[in-house]
Ligand binder design. Structure first.
Ligand code: SF4
Length: 339
């Protein structure tokens, strides 16, 4: 039933994140509940996909894991060692091990510096040798992401969106990381370019053994890249397990609705298009005042009296973890018992 790898590169243990509110809006309120009791582990060479609607906490989770924002509670560990302590003693060790690629490749580069100059920064920072050696390494990194030495002398605006994202991946690879957090890394690209970048990430993983935390709302891509899937709703994990198990069936009512609503790529006589998804019913509740009990009860077609009063725990059901009072019944019969 375990949804965790045997040896974790990076691990989150029961992390929570509350963003405090300011001004009059804060009166009587504790803050934005972005994450609550989130635990996950990413093993060497695997891809863990974190999925959910906007506001589910997946981006905050990525930022907490790389310590761009500190968690309010819980711990993040690199090979079992608390990251806060590593950052205090040897920040470069953590930065070498864990890198991030953001959604917008254009904003992640200085427009006045060439690609070669931008790529040289992490190489110099992590002691990749003299100038000639670093240039050699930069050319090798460009080749690894399907670009050439000639691209090193260009400026960011002279590259396409897909090429810029390839450079962002090369820059993340520069220190030889064990894990790259891909935060909606292909979301701003055309569908066909998304597929190319995902294939590139898979090829790089096969040759280097790097692990990925793939944060996305694009469920079509998740099916192609993930070894394990984490489904989040309003700051909590609601279902997680091996991707192959979740591909066979989903148990949590939110996961079921989310994947049912996902666009599927279909071929027409013309270009590749995404079929229009059916919308999830209802609004996502405010993370400032999350619902009592099960956070999904305001939208769940199976909600019962107990769901409004009591928060379900994330518990094992057959081959996965599910946060639902009636997960076993839903897994067995498709619906919970009568109220
Ligand atoms: Fe739906 Fe209740 Fe399960 Fe929550 S605990 S997902 S409201 S059935």
């Amino acid at each position: 039933m375990s949804a965790a790898p045997r040896t974790a590169v990076l691990e989150a243990r029961a992390i929570g994140k509350i963003f405090p509110l300011g001004g009059w809006f804060a009166r009587g309120r504790r803050g934005v509940h972005a994450l609550e009791d989130v635990s996950l582990a990413i093993g060497a060479g695997e891809t863990v996909a974190v999925v959910g609607e906007s506001g589910c906490g997946k981006t905050t989770l990525g930022r907490c894991l790389i310590r761009l924002v500190p968690p309010t509670s819980g711990a993040v560990l690199l090979h079992g060692e608390e990251v806060g302590g590593i950052l205090a003693r040897d920040p470069q060790r953590f930065r070498r091990a864990v890198q991030i690629v953001f959604q917008d490749p254009f904003s992640s580069f200085n427009p006045r510096r060439t690609i070669g100059q931008s790529l040289d920064d992490p190489l110099r920072l992590h002691g990749a040798g003299d100038r000639a050696t670093r240039r050699e390494r930069a050319v090798a990194l460009m080749a690894q992401v399907g670009l050439t030495a000639e691209h090193l002398d260009r400026y960011p605006h002279e590259l396409s969106g897909g090429q810029r994202q390839r450079v962002a991946i090369a820059r993340a690879l520069a220190p030889g990381p064990e894990l790259i957090i891909c935060d909606e890394a292909v979301s701003s690209l055309d569908v066909s370019v998304q597929a190319q970048i995902v294939n590139l990430l898979r090829d790089i993983q096969a040759s280097t053994g790097v692990a990925y935390l793939f944060i996305t709302h694009n469920l079509h891509l998740v099916r192609r890249i993930a070894h394990r899937i984490v489904v989040m709703y309003l700051g909590q994990i609601v279902e997680t397990g091996e991707a192959s198990a979740l591909a066979r069936r989903l148990v949590h009512p939110y996961s079921t609705a989310l994947f049912a609503a996902a666009p599927r790529i279909r071929r027409t006589s013309g270009p590749t298009v995404a079929a229009r998804p059916a919308p999830l019913q209802g609004e996502v509740p405010s993370p400032i005042d999350p619902p009592s009990g099960c956070r999904f009860h305001t939208r769940c077609p199976h909600a019962r009296t107990r769901c409004r009063a009591e928060m379900p725990a994330l518990a094992g059901v057959a081959d996965r973890l599910v946060r639902c009072h009636f997960a076993a019944e839903i897994a067995a019969t498709g619906s919970p018992p009568a109220d």
